[in-house]
Design a protein around this ligand. Structure first.
Ligand code: HEC
Length: 127
């Protein structure tokens, strides 16, 4: 049973890598609502258990005003590019040991890509 499951997961991973699927912002928004919104607001300036994620895409980590970030994240010197977000969301504690984000990680790379595409929409349009 186990090897079959592993093979299925492996095959799914390969398909995901091979197809040039565009990230799905709407799906990312619903994943955000299910898995992130308990702690994170998408609105500017609204910090909760976690910092507001408005405008976080492309910005240096731990810069949102009014949120008490962990020393670990403050000293990680990450800029939240898509690859950096992908690595963090896959496993926050292994990417930034000591982070106080109590989230186990998102195993599915397609789901991560969709959430990241949604996060990229959370900022003022460039002038
Ligand atoms: C149970 C609460 C909780 C959940 C659920 C959660 N987070 Fe967090 N998140 C936090 C906290 C707390 C921090 C601050 C971490 C630190 O200071 O080390 C954080 C930090 C972050 C940061 C860094 C922000 C910055 O300004 O540097 C990002 C990006 C992020 N979370 C994205 C997400 C996404 C996307 C999800 C859903 C897939 C999610 N988080 C789920 C609590 C949570």
């Amino acid at each position: 049973m186990k090897p079959i499951i592993m093979a299925a997961i492996f095959a799914a991973g390969l398909c995901g890598a091979a197809s040039a699927r565009a990230a799905d912002v709407a799906k990312g928004k619903s994943i955000f609502a299910e898995q992130c919104a308990a702690c994170h607001s998408a609105a500017s300036g609204q910090n909760g258990i976690g910092p507001s994620l408005y405008g976080v895409y492309g910005k240096p980590a731990a810069m949102t005003a009014g949120f008490d970030f962990s020393p670990a994240l403050k000293s990680a010197h990450i800029v939240w590019t898509a690859p950096a977000l992908d690595k963090f969301l896959a496993n926050p504690q292994s990417d930034v040991p000591g982070t106080k984000m109590p989230y186990m990680g998102m195993a599915n790379a397609t789901d991560r890509a969709d959430v990241i595409a949604y996060l990229a929409t959370l900022s003022a349009p460039s002038p």
